[in-house]
Design a protein around this ligand. Structure first.
Ligand code: NAG
Ligand code: NAG
Ligand code: NAG
Ligand code: NAG
Ligand code: ZN
Length: 502
């Protein structure tokens, strides 16, 4: 009771003070408000959203809409910020497969172009049988003593003598009459790392629908087949392709200089293969937490937060946004900060001055980099220079608008995130301490830039000839797509989340 009484008094004092004067952003105050607990609580919510909606938060699917509504519910609490969505459309593609044996559903990953026709739904109910093992599965001879005709055959993964691990196991099984093929993975890695993939070649004559099954499930299925009795199974594979509408979501301070807008962004969509908690629930949560902290301050330069849609399909949302601004709108933006994958890995600060990777951002990017570095160095945090691969939404601001960009990114390599674009990118994949360090760095840098960014950063203005709307093809002029040895970085925001197999 006593505690309750005290808290009522305290909150009345706080609101009375707020009514008197709302101060400009203060780095220490902002940092104190972006806590690990708040950051993690949003991540937990995003995980639930994914699991309530088929395991992902991807473009064109219900988990994205639920994520959008979730962020909107946070934004609705403010009367100091206005918020809005921007619709755009893009092509949706989904390949899905399910496999049920004796009533038990197994997790399998689909392999596109393994089937015998475009846009098909393939649905077969048949017995599942054990195929040849090892490299024997690469040769039709191994099937001479096996009856796989019109059945679903399970074969082990592994390279064939010709170096092809999928196609060269598929062809012999199909020539022996198999209706569908399950490829049993040959490593101990679990089903959470299985991914949908695409064959490098399409060959309707010699292929049949094929899916990957993980090692452990494969062993349990094989032991079921040991008894020799035919085991009934159902294999369903679908490919959906159409055009869907999706959204970018924005929140903008009503206060602040409208001619020097500081923008921050994170993508709201995940890949289809997983809940997308590090990629990019982490950046999404960082922005939500920042939004709540900002309610206590009156920004000098206006602040605009963006949650992008369809990033995983090739930065579609941020490209749409940057290419659809009027000249006046484009001119009002001072700079852009990006947060994509910030809850585990290294403490990567974008190499704004290009001194590490030889690829600088537009003028002013060096200033942003230094703000992050000075803050992190003072806290004794080890820093990695993150290269501009073009693999996330900052690229839209760099190439179309030539705006200074910066931010943090903690890496997509296996060492940084073994669950990158996989089913295991859930809540337990995120490190709250790591995310908190980056969120506090972002809170610090945002405070400085909102207070005096216009004095530190040169303003990029659009060419006078660029009146009206910019054209989408200009967005494709991003010159920095691959950097040797860092190809995997470009996959985040690459053009799909399917993996090539041969
Ligand atoms: C899958 O293959 C079909 C043709 O069979 C094609 O139309 C579709 O675009 C492919 N989907 C993906 C995700 O590549
Ligand atoms: C820009 O967005 C507006 C609505 O916000 C829309 O009406 C218009 O078609 C878009 N134009 C381009 C070129 O994308
Ligand atoms: C998150 O992923 C891990 C690794 O795949 C898994 O063990 C765990 O059960 C998952 N969490 C939830 C809530 O499903
Ligand atoms: C999380 O990150 C912190 C800071 O880098 C590190 O000390 C800690 O060991 C990490 N926790 C886990 C479970 O990896
Ligand atoms: Zn991402």
């Amino acid at each position: 009771m006593k505690v309750k009484y005290i808290s009522i008094v305290a909150s009345c004092i706080a609101c009375a003070n707020a009514a008197v004067v709302t101060p400009p952003l203060d780095s220490e105050g902002m940092q104190a408000l972006v806590t690990k607990e708040k950051l993690l609580s949003n991540l937990k919510d995003l995980e639930s959203i994914a699991y309530d909606n088929g395991g992902n938060r991807a473009f064109g699917l219900p988990g994205f809409t639920a994520s959008l509504n979730y962020v909107k519910s946070h934004l609705a609490t403010s009367n100091k910020y206005k918020s809005w969505t921007q619709d755009f459309t893009t092509r949706f593609r989904q390949q899905a497969v399910s496999f049920t044996v004796a009533g038990k559903a197994y997790f399998v990953a689909s392999i596109n172009y393994s089937s015998n026709g475009p846009d098909t739904t393939f649905d077969v109910t048949a017995a599942v049988v054990k195929g040849p093992t090892g490299t024997a599965a690469c040769s039709p001879d191994a099937y001479s003593s096996l009856d796989v005709k019109d059945k679903i055959v399970i074969v082990g993964r592994g390279d064939c003598p010709d170096g092809q691990s999928v196609v060269s196991r598929l062809r012999p099984a199909v020539s022996a009459g198999a209706a569908a093929i399950i490829i049993h993975m040959d490593t101990q890695e679990g089903s959470d790392v299985l991914r949908n993939s695409i064959l490098q070649v399409s060959d309707p004559q010699t292929f049949r629908p094929t899916a990957f099954m993980d090692y452990k499930d494969g062993l349990s299925l094989l032991s079921l087949l040991e008894a020799g009795e035919p085991v009934p199974a159902r294999f369903v594979q679908t490919f959906v392709e159409d055009v869907r509408t999706t959204q970018n979501l924005f929140a903008e301070s009503i206060a602040g200089d409208p001619n020097n807008v500081i923008m921050l962004g994170a993508h709201l969509d995940s890949v289809q293969d997983g809940p997308g908690i590090n990629d990019d629930g982490s950046g999404t949560s960082l922005l939500i937490t920042m939004f709540h902290a900002l309610q206590n301050y009156l920004p000098k330069n206006k602040i605009r937060l963006a949650w992008w849609g369809a990033e995983e399909l090739g930065l579609v949302g941020s490209r749409y946004y940057t290419s659809n601004l009027s000249k006046a709108e484009a001119n009002s933006i001072l700079l852009y900060l990006n947060f994509d994958m910030v809850s585990r890995g290294y403490y990567g600060v974008f190499d704004g001055d290009g001194k590490t990777h030889g690829l600088a951002g537009p003028p002013g990017s060096d200033v942003i980099e230094k703000l992050f570095i000075d803050h992190l160095v003072a806290k004794g945090i080890p820093i990695t220079a993150a290269v501009f691969t073009g693999g996330s939404d900052y690229a839209s601001f760099m190439s179309t608008l030539k705006k200074p960009v910066g931010g943090m990114h903690s890496g997509t390599g296996v060492a940084q995130d073994p669950c990158y674009h996989r089913r295991c990118d859930n809540y337990s994949n995120a490190n709250g301490t790591h995310l908190e360090v980056i969120a506090k760095a972002a809170a610090h840098v945002l405070s400085v830039l909102s207070n005096e960014g216009e004095k530190m950063i040169p303003k990029t203005l659009m060419e006078p000839s660029m009146d009206g709307r910019m054209r989408m093809d200009m967005v494709d002029s991003f010159p920095w797509t691959t950097v040797e040895g860092e190809q995997h970085l470009a996959v985040c925001g690459g053009h799909d989340d399917y993996y090539l197999e041969q």
